[in-house]
Design a binder for this molecule. Structure first.
Ligand code: ADP
Length: 504
């Protein structure tokens, strides 16, 4: 469908460490791509600036071209840096590649170079590119997370005194857990005087008792120096004002701090055209979803033995797609395996553990369960499998301890999977309990509050009971979740309002 163009058009440049699908680790990558696409279709000019990671999926970049080589400052030297242009899924991207070991390796994060220094370099190189190479004056530079937290400092204390006049800075915080710890002399490396930021009202890390002036936080600096700060849901905004190490800083900057729920990129996540699915479907006709479910059950050996399609299809299938980190409620994910098995359902986990101890714990579970009839644990990152599993799922489980926004529940819904979630952050803003009568219009899943196993058991029990005993209600809610509009088309307007409110 045609999207209405905005009347006042802006030039927005995202400076980011991730972009889906070529350099995606989690939700950040999805958000950047989805928001950029939505703003483009409303008529704005949007560019994305991304490090040219060695691991980037080049085959998904169209028209990759070296634009120029320029010098950007790092640690007393000017480093020759290549800038490439390309198009990714229809969105213009500039890739920054220093002639340095930065951004080398098999993964987006966790390479053998110093990550903090690499992103300090990248933040400055992006401004340098605007100032020196293209002389563009975007209306908005939109930065994300601690990785680009130094950019607002560099802009207001350096480049704004050079030739960059027009840009205003918007920072989106996708997760406050990562704060970008930085020592004064590390900040010196990007050409700023680190000692000038070692004050409580600038970038001293609030968590340090007595404010150790050596310990700065790029995320805090970014908050202080940006014109607007967005976090990814209203409930997470409230949570971060009430507790957490940044709450004092955020309270002091309350006037420019807003919560906007992420959208999903409905071009990338669309079950009616999804190339990864053996059979397409949509809210008006979800027959194809059954085929996807059976396809997955067959493929994973969950429909073997005497299971004919009809018998296999009757078994409720719970899917959990997540980074395996503490935030995501690991003990509840592990408990769910047992509980789903006990309730006679099936469960598939698609997850990757960045921490090796968590990894081996889950490998133990793989050995315990993957030969059995009902549980499959897939310890890997796979975009393709994730699409298949969302499409196959009856339930999408998100039992997070905290969740700034969460995309899995929204993607799941679009693919007809009913969410079972813990009531926190963005999950509380997007999933409303089926048994919560007063809210009947909005109800679309099963919600629990406690972090104990009993709370999860009760929610799963209610979910399975609905699936098995109330077919009309069940079919109704599946239709309903598929029709919920969590698209960026729906929420990008809120970002446009923020851009409008701060632009020069
Ligand atoms: P976070 O950003 O904390 O990882 P979100 O729910 O916001 O959590 O976004 C997670 C995104 O990453 C979703 O698009 C989800 O499908 C995807 N994802 C997570 N783990 C995997 C995996 N192992 N394989 C494929 N996709 C994954």
């Amino acid at each position: 469908s045609e999207v209405k163009k905005d009347s006042k058009l802006m030039h927005i440049i995202h400076v980011t460490a991730e972009m889906a699908p070529i350099a995606k680790v989690g939700g950040l990558g999805d958000v950047v791509t989805g928001l950029a696409r939505a703003c483009l279709s409303r008529g704005h000019r949007v560019d994305i600036m991304l490090p040219f990671y060695e691991c980037i999926q080049r085959e998904q970049i169209d028209d990759l071209t070296l634009i120029t080589t320029y010098n950007s400052y790092h640690d007393g030297k000017w480093i020759p840096t290549h800038a490439y242009s390309g198009t990714v899924s229809g969105i213009p991207v500039i890739f920054i590649e220093p002639s340095h070991q930065f951004f080398k390796g098999q993964h987006v994060y966790g390479g053998s170079y110093n990550e903090l220094e690499a992103y300090l370099f990248f933040s400055r190189a992006c401004l340098e590119w605007m100032q020196q190479v293209t002389r563009t004056q975007p209306d908005i530079i939109h930065v994300h997370e601690w990785q680009t937290g130094a950019l607002p400092l560099l802009y207001w204390d350096m480049y704004h005194y050079l030739s960059l006049q027009k840009p205003r800075i918007v920072l989106t915080i996708h997760n406050m857990e990562h704060y970008g710890e930085c020592r004064q002399e590390q900040l010196n490396m990007c050409g700023l005087d680190g000692s000038l930021y070692a004050t409580f009202d600038k970038a001293v890390d609030d968590r340090t008792v007595g404010h150790n002036p050596e310990r700065l936080s790029l995320l805090k600096g970014g908050i202080v120096y940006s014109n607007a700060v967005v976090t990814v849901s209203p409930t997470y905004l409230k949570e971060t004002l009430c507790s957490g190490w940044l709450s004092n800083t955020l309270i002091r900057h309350r006037d420019k701090y807003v919560g906007i729920v992420n959208g999903i990129d409905t071009a990338m996540w669309n079950p009616s055209i999804d190339v990864f699915l053996p059979s397409k479907f949509h809210a008006q006709n979800s027959e194809g979803k059954k085929l996807c479910k059976y396809y997955v059950q067959r493929g994973l050996g969950l429909a073997s033995g005497n299971h004919v399609p009809d018998t296999a299809l009757k078994v409720p299938l719970v899917v959990c797609i997540t980074r395996l980190v503490a935030q995501k409620g690991l003990h509840l994910i592990i408990h769910a395996i047992k509980q789903v098995e006990e309730l006679g359902g099936q469960m598939v986990i698609l997850g990757k553990a960045p921490d090796s101890r968590v990894g081996s714990e889950f490998e133990g579970l793989v050995n315990l369960h993957n030969q059995g009839p009902s549980i499959r644990i897939l310890l890997m990152y796979s975009e393709e499998l994730s699409h298949l599993l969302y499409a196959a799922a009856d339930f999408i489980l998100v039992p997070s301890m905290y969740e700034p926004c969460g995309l899995a529940q929204m993607i799941g819904m679009r693919y007809g999977a009913v969410p079972v979630v813990r009531k926190t952050g963005g999950l509380a803003d997007t999933v409303f309990d089926m048994d919560d009568e007063p809210n009947h219009e909005m109800t679309n899943g099963f919600v629990f509050e406690g972090i104990d196993e009993g709370s999860l058991n009760r929610a799963l029990g209610r979910a399975f009971a609905c699936y098995r005993n109330k077919p009309d209600e069940w079919n109704g809610v599946v239709k309903k979740v598929m029709a919920v509009d969590n698209s960026w088309n729906n929420t990008a307007g809120k970002y446009i309002e923020i851009y409008e409110s701060v632009r020069a």
